[in-house]
Write a new protein. Structure first.
Length: 186
């Protein structure tokens, strides 16, 4: 299925409410069991009449203030894996699911969702804390390689190093912890 765009400018929250009202709660009647907005991914757990619950995804996009969506179900094997993990237990795997995964991966979409959440969990546990010393590789951070001390945690925006250098959240994957042996810090 293609993209459906609204011609009336609106906010993302207004458009999400419209999707739920028109596509999920509209005819034929579906029961919305849960919804989760993650960036531009609106995940829904719905049940049609007497059928088992299914996991659906609305990809959201904006063009000149007008929002649009593309709807996918688990059977479509969406290439997005940030679906709430607990929903996998609430909805049985469809019998017609694309079992070979995508592009010859030989894995199901549900396996990818589990792997995505496991990787997120590991990253959260490895996040440096205020006072920790870390090393930035020279090849990745040209001109800023070396050791630094974390002076402030900026939450989703990253870390502040030595009170002047901001490291964004996407750069944390290259950071290496430094042993507490005496070393010269920049």
């Amino acid at each position: 299925m293609g993209w459906l765009f609204n011609t009336v400018p609106s906010t993302k929250q207004q458009y999400v409410a419209q999707i739920i009202r028109e596509y999920v709660d509209g005819p034929p009647r579906c029961l919305l069991l849960a919804s989760s907005l993650r960036g531009n991914h609106l995940w829904v757990l719905i049940r049609n009449a007497d059928a088992d619950p299914i996991i659906g995804l609305f990809l959201l996009s904006s063009d000149n203030g007008c929002w649009g969506c593309k709807s996918l179900s688990e059977e479509d094997g969406p290439l997005h894996y940030d679906c709430p993990l607990g929903w996998l237990d609430r909805a049985p795997e469809p019998k017609a699911a694309y079992r070979d995964g995508h592009r010859g991966s030989g894995r199901t979409w549900r396996d990818h969702v589990r792997d995505h959440h496991e990787a997120l969990s590991k990253r959260r546990h490895l996040r440096p804390k205020v006072g920790d010393r870390i090393a930035l590789p020279e090849g990745v951070f040209t001109g800023f390689g070396g050791e630094y001390r974390v002076t402030c945690d900026l939450g989703r925006k990253g870390l502040l190093l030595n009170s002047y250098l901001r490291l964004n959240s996407h750069q944390l994957k290259w950071v290496e912890p430094v042993n507490e042996s005496p070393a010269v810090s920049r």
